[in-house]
Ligand binder design. Structure first.
Ligand code: PAF
Length: 280
């Protein structure tokens, strides 16, 4: 496995590869969720590139860019075990020769970013799309693997690929959860014991909505009210019901509904997201 930190060398190595290329874009601090994407990429491609890059231009000024966990040595160990071919782990200065406001960015339309995570994180998806587009160009990936936990990100990346005719297939991979249903996230590392207990109520609320829906309850207000009770003690940023194919908000739950939650836990102020499809 090669660990590459510069664009010139990456391009040279990519040129040498024979067969298909799978890309797993990550910000590192790899957990079993990432490993599930990597395993799938290894199964489905002749070559696999994992990018590990804490992308500064997708973080807002008051967000956790500086404290975001960085553990390249441990990540490299895990990738090597999975038979990854290349880790691409550049410095920010290698990826961006200029300040964000002086870069050419990919900006998804207002309709898809001015809601859910995009609402409280202005510019976040411009940063995500711009870095992902660069990674597609640099790695010449045939397939790229994204987790469904970041459902809005997945939707927006798929739209970018379609709108801009990128020659890459986006593979969406299921959310991986702990035994107690907490969705895996690199940010779970920030949680205190008490935060973790409270954080469990996010998935509890989601699974409860799915159960109530299966019993015939489609009234969103009723489903939200019961969920907010379950999530008492958390600072709920949003709980929304959207059509999973369009991400338009709904007035009634149906078989296409994805329910999405973002909430902060009180002690570490960690912002967590999770979601569930009501029918799958
Ligand atoms: O989901 C992430 O980890 C990041 O948003 C991504 C896709 C690697 C882009 O920086």
């Amino acid at each position: 496995m090669k660990i590459i930190d510069n664009i010139k060398e990456l391009k040279e190595e990519i040129k040498k590869l024979k067969g298909s290329i799978g890309l797993v874009p990550t910000m590192g601090a790899l957990h079993n969720g990432h490993l599930s994407l990597i395993k799938r990429a290894v199964n489905e491609n002749d070559n696999v590139v994992v990018s590990i890059f804490v992308n500064p231009i997708q973080f807002g000024i008051n967000e956790d860019l500086d404290k975001y966990p960085r553990q390249l040595k441990q990540d490299a160990f895990l990738c090597e075990k999975e038979r990854v071919d290349i880790i691409f782990a550049p410095k920010a200065s290698e990826m961006y020769s200029d300040e964000k406001n002086n870069l050419t960015l990919i900006c998804p339309p207002y309709e898809v970013v001015d809601k859910l995570c995009g609402k409280s994180r202005p510019g976040h998806f411009d940063g995500v799309c711009s870095v992902v587009a660069k990674l597609f160009n640099l790695t010449k990936a045939d397939k790229a693997y994204f987790g469904q936990k970041d459902a809005q990100q997945l939707f927006i990346v798929k739209k970018m690929v379609k709108d801009l005719n990128f020659d890459v297939e986006i593979i969406s991979c299921p959310i991986i959860r702990e035994a107690d249903n907490l969705a895996l996230s690199s940010r779970n590392q920030y949680l205190t014991e008490n935060d973790r207990k409270l954080a469990l109520n996010i998935s509890k609320a989601l699974f409860n909505i799915k159960k109530l829906f299966s019993e015939g309850i489609v009234d969103i207000k009723a489903l939200v009210d019961v969920s907010l009770k379950i999530m008492e003690g958390l600072d709920v940023e949003y709980i929304e019901f959207a059509d999973r194919n369009t991400f338009n908000f709904q007035t009634k739950a149906d078989r296409n509904t994805i329910v999405l939650i973002a909430a902060k836990v009180p002690e570490s102020k960690t912002r967590l997201i999770d979601n569930i499809n009501l029918w799958e």
